[in-house]
Design a protein around this ligand. Structure first.
Ligand SMILES: C/C(=C\COP(=O)(O)O)CCC[C@H](C)CCC[C@H](C)CCCC(C)C
Ligand SMILES: Nc1ccn([C@@H]2O[C@H](COP(=O)(O)OP(=O)(O)O)[C@@H](O)[C@H]2O)c(=O)n1
Length: 322
């Protein structure tokens, strides 16, 4: 069972002495973050304010890239890929601001849902918005909004509702789609020219290397942040290295295949990443049990008996909470 509301006013992060330390990553959010979180937690209608801020933030963010593309500061394709790379991670970062209410994930999903409706109405021509078409299409054709961008927001909706913040599979899926696939294009177009993949002439080794590294590092960062805030148990470094590495490699291979005309990579990459995360990463309950066992073993090896007993008791209590 997930922790109730690790950032709510009624329940704060457990003191570090009460949390298992040996097998988990030493990960604490930056000092300013808990302050911001407790300010947000004290707001009346907190979840609704976060949704409104997220929707406004999305519109402003896309507009900024539209302006940069229009005035020539950024090339259109780069601007579009920067929107692709940044909006998903910024969106999942807003998850930490929501309360523990069961309705929170549905409210959070309203932000990508609003963007779905916007893309759909502009893509089908119901609404005229040349700025949005310029920001998120390759060629200026509004019909393109109904492909990659629409799948992208559908994936964000699915990750929010199906995984929310107590299951790292959602974070990993979004990280592979944004940090991975987004960076593959940015790097591949610039530095991939000479060395194309033997089985796909449209993609390069440089693009795939960027996909692997970008997806891995973004997943790693998001998992460390969310687990250090108490949304799920932190994983041992070995799991972070091997499981996350395997997932990033599989997502990279899927992205590199010449299958985009059958399945959009904003669907294939996150689906493969989420399924493998469920299969390879210890699920929250297993991870808690593993952490408790390792911490108990470490405590047993400690010469001073009393602090060890306290540590074991607190770890066992933490495992029961999770
Ligand atoms: C350009 C996009 C996808 C194209 O994919 P591909 O064809 O290159 O593979 C991304 C489109 C993003 C969309 C217009 C805006 C999404 C906003 C998001 C749901 C919320 C962000 C909130 C945050 C606070 C900025
Ligand atoms: N693994 C990759 C992926 C993309 N790329 C580069 O990025 C461009 C766009 O990639 P893509 O067709 O996957 O683009 P999207 O469908 O993700 O927008 C390719 O034409 C390559 O120049 C690459 O070099 N290596």
């Amino acid at each position: 069972m997930p922790v109730q509301d690790p950032i709510g006013p009624e329940l704060t992060l457990a003191p570090s002495s009460a949390r298992p330390s040996a097998p988990r990553l030493a990960a604490l959010p930056p000092a300013a973050l808990p302050e911001l979180l407790s300010t947000v937690a004290a707001l009346p209608y907190r979840d609704y304010i976060v949704v409104a801020a997220g929707a406004l933030g999305a519109a402003i963010w896309v507009k900024i890239f539209n302006v940069l593309a229009t005035n020539g500061t950024l090339e259109q394709k780069l601007s579009r890929k920067l929107v692709h790379t940044t909006t998903g991670p910024l969106f999942v970062l807003t998850w930490i601001l929501f309360s523990a209410a069961p309705s929170a994930k549905f409210l959070a999903a309203a932000v990508p849902l609003a963007n779905f409706l916007r893309l759909f109405s502009v893509g089908t021509g119901l609404v005229n918005d040349p700025g949005l078409v310029k920001s998120v299409s390759r060629s200026g054709d509004r019909g393109e909004l109904l492909k990659g961008p629409l799948y992208y927001v559908i994936t964000l909706i699915a990750a929010t509702i199906l995984c929310w913040r107590d299951n790292p599979a959602g974070l990993i899926a979004v990280a592979m789609m944004c940090g991975g696939d987004g960076l593959a294009d940015i790097v591949g177009r610039r530095w991939g020219g000479g060395a194309k993949l033997p089985y796909n002439n449209a993609k390069s080794w440089a693009g795939s290397a960027a996909m692997f590294l970008g997806g891995y590092l973004l997943s790693y960062g998001l998992i460390v942040l969310f687990c250090s805030l108490g949304f799920f148990t932190c994983y041992p470094a070995s799991a972070m290295l091997s499981c996350l590495g395997g997932i990033a490699l599989a997502a990279t291979v899927v992205e590199s295949l010449p299958i985009n005309q059958w399945v959009d990579d904003n669907v294939s990459v996150p689906v493969v990443a989420a399924v493998l995360s469920m299969l390879l990463l210890p699920q929250p309950a297993e991870a808690a049990a593993g952490v408790a066992a390792a911490a108990a073993a470490a405590a047993a090896a400690t010469v001073v008996a009393a602090p060890a007993a306290v540590e074991i008791a607190s770890v066992a209590a933490a495992a029961r909470v999770l």
